[in-house]
Ligand binder design. Structure first.
Ligand code: FAD
Length: 286
């Protein structure tokens, strides 16, 4: 089923993200975790893609395993920064063979030593090509409530989001954020610019301190005082930090749904127990 149709139903939806293994030896353990998460019957599951394209077959493999074994719809991520047009076409053919109807079209982070291929500069170009390949594929794209790190300002970033929607994307998923007001402000701004596609809120349950350091280094995401207090108090106690991180994410989700942000995507990081706890806490809300 296409994600745009799932979102169009208008009810709150909970979905989860997993990432593929880096090598063959970890395939079985990632597949096991992904299938366990799928047993929670989320609205859909997404499978990320290495920016360098090296893990492409694992992305398609895990997404296809989930669909085949559990019947849960999948969204396969696809990055273009290091791919040629023919490599992109080959992945799209694999998705078609495996009956995967949803693609998250991304540029990917530019590698430190520059892109390996130069067929694509921006995700909007990839979206255009995907549409040409198969106009029936449901296409998602990334968006950044705090602005993308490379962007000069939020206004320019929103203009580039418009390019992606005009190229044919059907919905967008946000980068993680820890203050819902940032999303509410962003929604106001993009709607004002005529961007009307559904916005799925990306929520990261932070379960250890290492994760927080990485998040801040990579994306400069704003951490509210309430969140910092949790890290200060529980950062040295892994079990308490995990519990508090899950509770924080759950509260964020409840506030979003209460404010009619119905699409919730949890960056579950291949952790079935984290996904299950969030799902349980929302059992009467969803
Ligand atoms: P784009 O939309 O191309 O934007 C990149 C930058 O270029 C932005 O600053 C934008 O404002 C600017 N820009 C766009 N068009 C123009 C233009 N015409 N002129 C000038 N500037 C322009 N990475 C992975 O490697 N694998 C994944 O699976 C993955 N999944 C993700 C899922 C989500 C929900 C999110 C939010 C991010 C994900 N990422 C993933 C990270 C993403 O690849 C990076 O954030 C990347 O740096 C930007 O990708 P994009 O598709 O948003 O790029």
């Amino acid at each position: 089923m296409k994600i745009k149709d799932i979102l169009a139903a208008g009810s709150p939806t909970l979905s989860f993200e997993v990432f593929p293994p880096k090598g063959e030896e970890a395939y079985e353990s990632v597949e096991k975790a992904a299938l366990e998460i799928a047993k929670l019957k989320p609205a859909f599951m997404s499978v990320t893609y290495g920016a360098g394209g090296g893990t492409s077959r694992y992305t398609v493999g895990i997404a296809s395993d989930i669909q085949r074994e559990t019947g849960v719809n999948t969204l396969a991520h696809l990055t273009c920064v290091s791919s040629t047009r023919s490599e992109v076409k080959s992945v799209l053919k694999q998705l078609r063979e495996k009956q995967i109807e949803n693609v998250l079209a991304l540029r990917g982070d530019i590698p430190a030593d520059g892109p390996i291929a130069t067929d694509y500069r921006y995700a909007s170009e990839l979206i255009y090509d995907i549409k040409q390949f198969d106009e029936n594929l449901c296409i998602g794209a990334a968006c950044y409530p705090e602005g993308h790190v490379e962007s000069v300002n939020k206004t320019a970033d929103i203009e580039h989001l418009r390019d992606k929607v005009e190229a044919g994307c059907d919905f967008v998923t946000t980068q993680m954020f820890f203050d819902n007001n940032i999303l509410y402000n962003y929604l106001y701004r993009i709607r004002e610019r005529g961007i009307t596609v559904p916005v799925v809120a990306g929520i990261m349950p932070v379960t250890n301190v290492k994760q927080i350091k990485r998040i801040c280094q990579m994306s400069g995401t704003y951490l509210p005082a309430r969140f910092k207090a949790i890290v200060d108090r529980f950062g040295d106690n892994p079990a308490a930090m995990k519990q508090a991180g899950i509770a924080y994410a759950t509260e964020q989700i409840i506030d979003l749904i209460a404010n009619h942000v119905n699409g919730i995507h949890v960056y579950s990081m291949n952790k079935p127990d984290v996904a299950a706890k969030i799902g349980d806490s929302l059992s009467e809300i969803l």
